[in-house]
Write a protein that binds this ligand. Sequence first.
Ligand SMILES: *Cc1c(COP(=O)(O)O)cnc(C)c1O
Length: 378
Amino acid sequence: MAPASPTGLGGRLSIDLGALQRNWRALDKVSTGALTGAVVKADAYGTGLVAACRALYAAGARFFFAATPDEAVTVRATLPDAHVFVLDGLFPGAARLYVGERLMPVINSLPMLEEWLEACLSRNEALPAAFHFDTGMNRLGFRLNEASIVKRLIEQIGYQPQMIMSHLACADQPSHEKNRTQLALFSALLQQFPNIPASLANSAGLMTGREKHFQMVRPGIALYGGRAVAGRRNPMSQVVTLEMPILQMREARTGETVGYGASQTLTRDSRLAVVGIGYADGFLRSLSASNARLGGRVAIGGRIVPVVGRVSMDMVVVDVTDLADQPPRPGQMVEILGRTLGVDDQADAAGTIGYEMLTNLRLARATRSYFGAEGLGG
Ligand SMILES: *Cc1c(COP(=O)(O)O)cnc(C)c1O
């Protein structure tokens, strides 16, 4: 990937691949008895697909879940002997591609199943695939009442899927009743497909009870340091650090306003730093502040300071009046995500989830660097 800041004057996005590896190993320990996969969709949650795949493989991961065929092809090119699932399923007419690239579609519907079984028949080969049944998301997957048709179609030709899976809607809220309902529906479904490995848990499912582990777990967000389970301390290591430079310092007086819409009036004489990150970099506009509402925060030298006024396309203004003992200066880097402010601190302030903060990293006009990986060789 071309550096987003060829001059080196833009921001810095640092990805700690050692933390990614520690996170995978920690989750693998929790899921003893089940295989631990790795969900790498959306550019490995914004951290970089190729680098993340290499690091995860070196840590021991062998089962990778991409969303799209494009992502899956990249995983395959990076890891010749990994098992690669395509969560979005089999795209119409794409069976040849999947077979050629040794991708396993997650079969989500009867039309997908028919097309895959035809490919098996025409090649006289039981091409591996996972079957996904919907147990309460109403997103992808067979309806449960299609199980008997699925069974009949595969029995006709003596086909067996590699895995039966479903996906939890509320795993981040462990006491939500829907978890029990989905688990019960999934367990009942498995009676109809005996001796086929099963998979139900995302990160939160994996972290909240062995009964959801079955034979394979599919963590995503927790690998990348995000909070999987609401209202609990997040035990994962932070993977991402994003720093962006201060463009200008300025003094402003009580009663003056800051930014578009004049949404915030200063209530004291203030020292402001203009930071070179805006909504075009994934610093969401919902991190804007006003007199009525606290917005996002950033950290300078390990100290947290608030956003003032609206987030612009390329800039945000922060109040550094309280840093008078160590006045920030133009060019100095400001921590947007990192040790002081985690992904979820920023996400909470923006009214969103860590997943969205992370996948927005792709937008940041910053130079990426990777460090910390073990066992990559070369
Ligand atoms: C994204 C996804 C996961 C991973 O979920 P996390 O909450 O990020 O752990 C697992 N399974 C499926 C089907 C997914 O779409």
